[in-house]
Design a protein around this ligand. Sequence first.
Ligand SMILES: [Zn+2]
Length: 129
Amino acid sequence: MHEESLTRALLSQVIAVADANQAIRVQKIEVSCGGLSGVEPLLLQEAFQRIQTEHECCRDAVLSIHDPGLPAQCRDCRTTFQIQDFRFRCPVCSSSDLQILDGDCLKLLNVSLQLPEEVISEPISGTVP
Ligand SMILES: [Zn+2]
C-alpha cells in the first residue's frame, strides 16, 4: 500500500530528527499533503495510526496534515497564483506553461519533540523512619 510505505519513510525521517535532538518522545508531526501528491490524507492518517505503535517514541504522536493548495507560476509572464478546480491556465496571460510550486508531494514540515527534563538532585536532610 502506497500510504503505508510513505508513512514508514516519514516515520524514519521523524525518528532521525528525534534521535539527533536526543528527544524522548515525538509529540506532533506536521506534514503538507497536496492535491497532486497522490496521497489520500485519510489513508495516510490511518496508516500512521497503525504504524506509529511500532515505534515507542512515536506512540502518542499526533499527525497534522496540511493542504498547501496548488501554487503555480506561469513560465511566460511569471505570475504566481493558486490553481483552482484543476484549471491549469495562467489567469493573466492564459498560458498553460506552468510550474507547480507545491502540492505535488508529501512534505515533512515540522516535528515537535519532548526533550528529557533536567534531572535535579537536591540534598535532603532528614531520616526516613
Ligand atoms: Zn502568464
